[in-house]
Design a protein around this ligand. Sequence first.
Ligand code: SF4
Length: 352
Amino acid sequence: MTNSPLLQAICMTEDAIRSRSTAHWIIAFSGGKDSTAALKIFLSAYKRAHTVVPNVTVIYCDTGVENPILDIYVKSLLVEIRNEFVELGFPIKVKILKAPVEDRFFVRLIGRGYPPPTNSFRWCTIGLRIRPVSKFVMSQDLNNTVVMLGLRKSESQQRDRSLALSSEPHWQKQREGVGDYDLFLPILNLTIPDVWDALFALPMPRSISPRQLEALYRDASGECPVIKAPQAPPCASGRFGCWTCTVVRKDKSARELIRSGYSELQPYLALRDWLSEIRNDPARRWPQRRSGAKGLGPLTIDTRREILARVDHLETQTGTSIIDSDERGLIASLWQFDDVPRLFYPNRRHDT
Ligand code: SF4
């Protein structure tokens, strides 16, 4: 791999580790191919650098509605990776982040009546992925923090345009709120084949099986972003995203997994498809926005009840917990404030 893009990425990361060894390195990990390749590159570079970096954290953002097959894969992987770091004597922590209860998918959908997300009203990414990561990063010493992301150039034309203007594209400043911090993007120039080279050629962490990842993720094209512009396109067009995602027209990922034998995903896909169908039905929405402005508003209480009943049924079918007790409690209290359809339909019978 002499002079290969992969070797260049490792060397560049080695230099970055040496020059920022006292920083808190935060590695964003989704379990997808790009963030896995970035993690492998970091570990190879870390070994080559012979430098102790005392503060490294691998973060994973659990939306609570990840594709269940991939959720099981990533969570068991994180346990193994954590054990492996201990065995290797690497002072690397693994942290799972989660959105606060008020930002969770079903609290927004069923509690507040947000319509299932689309590209033009994609309310979920910020609350479920970007804000938990941003909150964690912002609680660190920003002047001495490097956040490493597995972003590649070709994922977004918008991103490519802004990177083209940068003299040092692998290092970016992320501005957020009152502060900014450094972003390090080691796989920016890697193509998809380069990424697979990294996955198969680099040995650490050995808990990650490239074959297993390949089987899950062979033709994926992206991961829902945890940092950077929430309007960036990938999201759910690849393997790693929410099973509830209605931003894409069809959930090809789930369909392919079902086709390759994961039939347990079928009821999840059926509910997701139904959510996508009802989204724009005026009979299921308030006739005006919450603000009073013209246009379809939140989902009606009846529809929210129906969604909850369908999720309950899915829980029974799959033997899993999809909406936890905190979420259920908040949904119930939000409904009390939101029983306004009586205002719109005073002559209709209401049972709420
Ligand atoms: S995968 Fe889809 S539903 Fe999940 S956060 Fe991204 S856009 Fe939203």
